[in-house]
Design a protein around this ligand. Structure first.
Ligand code: FNR
Length: 345
């Protein structure tokens, strides 16, 4: 009711286009190069069909999950996305408040435009996303600061050793809070130390765990062999992602990558997925393909732009309501009852 326009993620992008400056909209919406992976992401979920169960008692549906020690109202998390003050003046603080009100979890980008302490004060449970930079001292300082601020896990993004050309080449001016934050997250900096370190290897997983004492999830995995290597190196979770189609264009859709990774990893660690998840029914497909939870990127930015924290809450509520209905109609009233048998073919 607070956000009457936000009843689902579908269609939100066009509403947001009308309220955002063109440069901000283009930066958020863009994929890399020809944007083939970005364009294919949504359809890959929509292509799957259910084989629903009937005559189960679905009078009481529960979307709640527990994820690495955090109890969440639904398995829909906010993906880390950079530069949220371009969408709303409160930026990441409004996102955190909106997600907390919906009982979910935020992954805070290390390219954020608000301080981690301010985000933490507004947030429920949150994780901190890390890029390993060429100057590892910067990465360590960021991680120590996020850990002290109360991050419950780290998310190491590994699919971005270099940043490819975007369909929208010109990055709009970032809106950092002030100069100190610029230095913390590297915005506006031309120093070579701030680039992502392309020599990054599996060792980083253990190093980040040593440094923070936190579980380390690896984000940006599309192959079962890589997922198994990350688990063997100590990863506490794997996030199947192609970065919203913003890294290697023509990287496979995450809906197609997920099944083999979930099969290989089994119950060793949670497997999460993101990319093009736009309805609660997409979430049901992802869980049936083996994901323990999903992350949503651009729709959170659109909701933030349209209605701040209230918009983000309404968005997450719409995913939860749609998932709840889909679970009831599929005959799986508990998240633990969702499995591959619910899918046809
Ligand atoms: C991202 N993504 C991202 N990932 C990350 O690890 N660190 C980051 O700072 C960012 N920044 C970022 C900015 C913008 C504008 C977008 C759209 C995406 C990737 C993000 O976490 C996620 O993988 C995708 O956005 C998921 O796809 P959808 O839901 O946007 O289709």
């Amino acid at each position: 009711p607070a956000s009457p326009r936000i009843s689902a993620a579908v269609g939100l992008q066009e509403l947001a286009r009308a309220v955002l400056p063109a440069a901000a909209f283009d930066f958020y919406a863009a994929g890399s190069n020809e944007e083939i992976s970005t364009a294919e992401a949504v359809g890959a979920w929509r292509a799957r069909r259910f084989a629903p169960r009937v005559l189960r008692d679905v009078s009481d549906v529960d979307t709640a999950v527990e994820l690495l020690g955090s109890r969440l109202a639904s398995p829909v998390l906010a993906a880390p996305t950079a530069l949220q003050r371009m969408a709303h003046d409160e930026g990441e603080v409004a996102t955190a408040a909106g997600i907390a009100a919906a009982g979910s979890l935020m992954v805070l980008s290390s390219r954020a435009t608000r301080y981690p302490e301010d985000v933490a004060a507004a947030a429920g449970p949150w994780w901190y996303q890390v890029y390993w930079l060429r100057d590892p001292g910067i990465t360590r300082r960021q991680v120590e600061r996020a850990t002290a601020a109360g991050a419950r896990a780290l998310v190491l993004t590994v699919d971005a050793p270099y940043v490819p050309p975007k369909a929208t080449p010109q990055l709009p001016l970032p809106l950092p809070q002030d100069d100190e934050l610029c230095r913390l997250v590297g915005l506006g900096s031309r120093l070579p130390g701030w680039e992502q370190d392309p020599s990054l290897g599996l060792d980083a997983i253990g190093e980040l765990h040593q440094l923070s004492g936190l579980p380390v999830l690896v984000k940006g995995v599309l192959r079962a062999d890589d997922a198994l290597a990350c688990v063997a190196a100590g990863a506490a979770g794997v996030i199947v992602s192609n970065h919203g189609g913003r890294q290697l264009d023509r990287a496979m859709a995450t809906a197609d990558a997920l099944p083999a990774i979930a099969r290989a990893v089994g119950d060793a660690v949670p497997v999460l997925v993101d990319g093009g998840i736009r309805t609660g029914t997409d979430v049901l497909v992802a869980l049936a393909l083996g994901a323990r939870a999903v992350l949503v990127g651009r729709p959170v930015l659109w909701a933030l732009a349209l209605d701040g924290a209230a918009g983000v809450t309404a968005l997450l509520e719409s995913y939860r309501t749609q998932l709840s209905t889909a679970m009831a109609l599929a005959g799986a009233p508990r998240v633990a009852e969702i499995d591959g048998s619910l899918l046809h073919g």
